[in-house]
Design a protein. Structure first.
Length: 62
């Protein structure tokens, strides 16, 4: 097993700040917040509609 890759936290923080700045500019220019959220999401657009969540099946019937 390989050791975990080290992460440069300063670089990661700078990337996140730049991404947030870009999103803020897009909002100021009138782009849809829903579109920006969808682009930033790790889930595909239809994930929850088409997804099967087996661990919820027992809860729904109660």
């Amino acid at each position: 097993m390989k050791p975990p890759k080290s992460i440069n936290l300063k670089s990661r923080a700078a990337e996140k700040m730049a991404s947030r700045r870009e999103d803020r500019l897009r909002l100021e220019n009138g782009e849809s917040p829903e579109l920006i959220q969808r682009e930033n999401s790790i889930f595909p657009p239809d994930f929850f509609e088409k997804g099967r969540f087996s661990n919820l099946a027992s809860v729904v019937g109660k």
